[in-house]
Design a protein around this ligand. Structure first.
Ligand SMILES: NC(=O)C1=CN([C@@H]2O[C@H](COP(=O)(O)OP(=O)(O)OC[C@H]3O[C@@H](n4cnc5c(N)ncnc54)[C@H](O)[C@@H]3O)[C@@H](O)[C@H]2O)[C@@H](O)CC1
Ligand SMILES: [K+]
Length: 512
């Protein structure tokens, strides 16, 4: 699985490799610059047909150092014409960048960066390389550099100039994916060793264009770097994880119980239940208030149904330990009955997915919920529900350096259970700090998934996978991936009802 690195982790990896003496910083910088040139020519092979004109904007740190390498390779190995400008005093460059500045100065001029460094509109370049700031960006980009970054958008739109970000577009916080100021949207971002969190989180994907990672020869030894536990990019589940034993019967695959709301409010739970059944739970039962039984009975076949009057009845029902995964929230309601069901169920320590109303019920009193939660629970808030339960953490998400990853990790620790914060960058964390990001961006962008009922399906998928025996966090990660994969298989026009029905083809493609 691929790791998403913080800037501190990337620095620690580089420092460790340099510390062992297997590689020097200068060698890493050379590989980084070459990686960018190779990635550009791989993305646009026609650029190699004839010499081109490039502008390289170099910053005051090692990102700028990469820019000097890029400029040198383009001139010496490809015969390009390069206009290079440097922000800041060459005498204050860090050592590796200074060495590459010296080498560049033997080839071409290093102009001080001004508001004219992109050239004139009469003769726009073919490419602009943004090597101003990388993982060392500390604040928004202002002055002439900010002005130039702001103009890149116009160059791209009006003159078809291709813009390439070295490591990360300057202005984008590599830890949070937020624009610190004047971040340009580019066509291609070439990062090094591994993707940084900012390539995947929040606004980041909207700025990065296409992201590619250049191997600069650092070890992928799976060790955690820095003090924080690793963050993984959620990937496709394996066939083994989702396959069913040929000898098994339905009771081997668990029994999910999904609570519905009252009459006129049962659709969300029915959607969740159908998803749980489709993802392979052996049995799925809807627990329905007596007055909504007729409504539900007319809508289901393979799903089962039980009348459920109140919290006492639910407690009695759960004496049956074969009911091994619960789903509460979709359409459950915000009344006293709904709250009493949640409060009755959690002390029984049965694995449970809490979504939608089951979360909003505790607005204003989240500690009452946290006191009841246990590690086999999964909370699946969207941004609004997250803010209701964790208002302070949601507020901090605007603070510098504090990302969705930090917020969800803190939330999981506080709640004592798995938290999945929904979005195009879904973040899943455990109370122990394990964390995965499921990214529905770039080639997995699924905008049609933003539709009524899609969240209910996700809750049902998690519940069904837990019923099948997956641990809570693995169920959440797998469900997030299947949810998006199914949406991609359906495509435009998707409505939530389609999702469970399209799941068989997705499972078959995985080989389950
Ligand atoms: N040897 C290494 O450490 C390697 C580093 N690499 C490159 O080095 C980059 C990281 O280099 P650095 O840590 O030097 O950081 P950067 O080059 O991103 O920038 C740091 C410099 O910019 C200044 N600065 C930060 N934000 C500013 C702002 N908004 N306005 C004005 N000045 C600002 C800082 O004071 C510092 O001087 C990576 O992104 C990558 O491109 C690669 O060459 C691979 C090897
Ligand atoms: K950059």
């Amino acid at each position: 699985m691929a790791e998403l690195l913080s800037a501190a982790q990337m620095r620690a990896i580089e420092a460790a490799a340099i510390g062992t003496g297997t590689v020097t910083g200068l060698e890493l910088m050379e590989r980084a610059g070459r990686g960018v040139v190779d990635a550009v020519l791989a993305r646009w092979p026609a650029l190699a047909d004839e010499p081109r004109r490039a502008v390289v904007l170099c910053g005051p740190g090692n990102n700028g150092g990469d820019g000097f390498v890029i400029a040198r390779l383009l001139v010496q190995e490809h015969g390009w014409q390069v206009d290079l400008s440097l922000l800041g005093d060459p005498g204050r460059l860090p050592p590796d960048a200074a060495a590459n500045h010296t080498r560049w100065c033997g080839i071409g001029p290093c102009h001080p960066l001004t508001d004219r460094s992109l050239g004139t509109v009469d003769a726009p370049p073919d490419l602009v390389f943004d090597a101003l700031f990388g993982t060392g960006l500390a604040r928004g980009v202002d002055g002439d550099a900010g002005f130039l970054l702001g103009n890149l958008e116009m160059l791209r739109a009006d003159f078809g100039v291709r813009c390439v970000a070295v490591d990360i577009p300057s202005g984008l916080c590599s830890d949070t994916g937020r624009d610190l100021g004047n971040c340009p949207a580019v066509d291609l971002t070439v990062s090094f060793h591994a993707e940084k969190r900012g390539h995947r989180l929040s606004e980041g994907p909207g700025f990065c264009g296409h992201v590619t990672v250049a191997d600069i020869g650092l070890p992928h030894d799976g060790r955690s770097h820095g003090s924080a536990a690793p963050v993984w990019l959620a990937e496709a589940p394996t066939a083994e994880l989702l396959a069913k034993s040929p000898a098994g019967h339905k009771y081997d695959h668990g029994h999910a119980l999904v609570m519905t709301g009252g009459p006129g409010h049962t659709g969300a739970a029915r959607l969740a239940a159908r998803a749980a059944l489709r993802v392979g739970a052996g049995l799925v039962t809807l627990a329905v208030p007596p007055e909504a039984q007729a409504e539900v009975a007319g809508q289901i076949t393979a799903l089962m149904m039980l009348p459920l009057r109140d919290a006492d009845a639910l407690t009695d029902l759960l004496w049956d330990t074969r009911l091994n995964a619960l789903c509460l929230g979709p359409g459950l309601g915000l009344d006293a009955r709904a709250r009493s069901l949640v409060e009755a169920v959690l002390p029984l320590r049965r694995a449970a997915v809490l979504d939608a109303d089951a979360l909003s019920l505790f607005r204003g009193d989240p500690a009452a919920l946290f006191d009841l939660l246990h590690p086999d629970c999964v909370l699946t808030p969207h941004g609004g529900e997250f803010a209701r339960l964790f208002p302070d953490l949601a507020g901090k998400m605007d603070a510098p350096g504090y990302s969705r990853i930090d917020a969800v990790r803190d939330a999981a620790r506080r709640a004592g259970c798995v938290v999945l914060l929904k979005g195009p960058d879904t973040v899943i964390a455990t109370p122990g700090g394990d964390c995965a990001v499921h990214s529905a961006r770039y080639d997995r962008a699924a905008p049609w998934l933003a539709t009524a009922g899609a969240g209910d399906v996700l809750a049902g998928l998690i519940c069904g996978l837990i019923a099948r025996g997956l641990p809570a966090a693995a169920a959440a990660e797998t469900a997030a991936w299947l949810h998006v994969e199914t949406a991609l298989a359906i495509g435009p026009g998707l409505i939530a009802e389609d999702l469970p029905e399209a799941l068989p083809a997705v499972l078959a493609a995985i080989g389950a």
